[in-house]
Design a protein around this ligand. Structure first.
Ligand SMILES: [Zn+2]
Length: 224
């Protein structure tokens, strides 16, 4: 059975997705937490790093961990331009809270260093990770960034990266490169049915009776 292990580093999550003797690491966290993530990885046989998107807080340890574990890095090609410069895709926010988060993120893009790396595995919607020992499927969730992807793990788990957030409450992404795409991705997540959602930020949550798409159009938080 596939298990999802959350590694929280500050307000950013990485996940080890494991099945018996194989595992993959989804996202890598911030530099400050690299030892913690590496130690956790060493408890498993991690054979791939999958990045949900190219933002600093998810990718800052990718080069370090790929080197330490001698494994490849996978991401969607449409986020390739964010490595190493996160400013290559514009970001916007609508809500007041979103604007605060945006200001903090842009400051991080300016002052924090993202070690460059070469993703050697290109992932797109529908790809299976079975060759890495994990029965899971890549889901395209563009909008937060152009190349945002998630991971659907049957029967009831979904890692969404920053397509959704649970920083303060479960919501669609507060920051987006393309708002319409972000809303379409929220609709797509709703259509995947009841799931446990694993966010890039915040605690996992069962989606029972939450419609992220409807919530985004009314601007109310999803059920608290
Ligand atoms: Zn992000």
């Amino acid at each position: 059975m596939v298990e999802v292990h959350r590694i929280a580093g500050g307000n950013v999550n990485c996940y080890i997705v494991s099945d018996h003797d194989k595992a993959i690491l989804v996202d890598t966290g911030r530099k400050k937490y690299r030892k913690k993530v590496l130690e956790k990885c060493r408890e498993f046989h991690v054979c791939l790093i999958m990045l949900t998107h190219g933002h600093m807080d998810h990718c800052q340890n990718a080069a370090y961990l790929a080197d330490a574990l001698q494994i490849p890095i996978a991401m969607n090609g449409k986020d390739r331009n964010l490595i190493p410069d996160n400013k290559k895709q514009p970001l916007s926010a609508k809500s007041l809270l979103g604007k605060v988060v945006l200001a903090v993120s842009l400051r991080s893009f300016e002052k924090d260093c993202l070690e460059s790396f070469e993703p050697t595995v290109c992932l797109k919607d529908g790809d299976s990770l079975i060759q890495y020992g994990i029965d899971a499927k890549v889901v395209g969730l563009p909008g937060h960034t152009n190349g945002s992807i998630g991971l659907e793990i049957a029967p009831d788990k979904l890692i969404v990266g920053d397509a959704l957030m649970n920083m303060f409450y479960p919501t669609v992404s507060m920051l987006y490169t393309d708002e319409q795409q972000m809303l379409s991705s929220a609709k797509h997540i709703d259509q995947l049915g009841e799931k446990i959602i694993y966010f890039g930020h915040g605690k996992p949550k069962q989606t029972h009776k939450i419609s992220f798409y409807r919530q985004s159009s009314t601007n109310f938080p999803a059920s608290l």
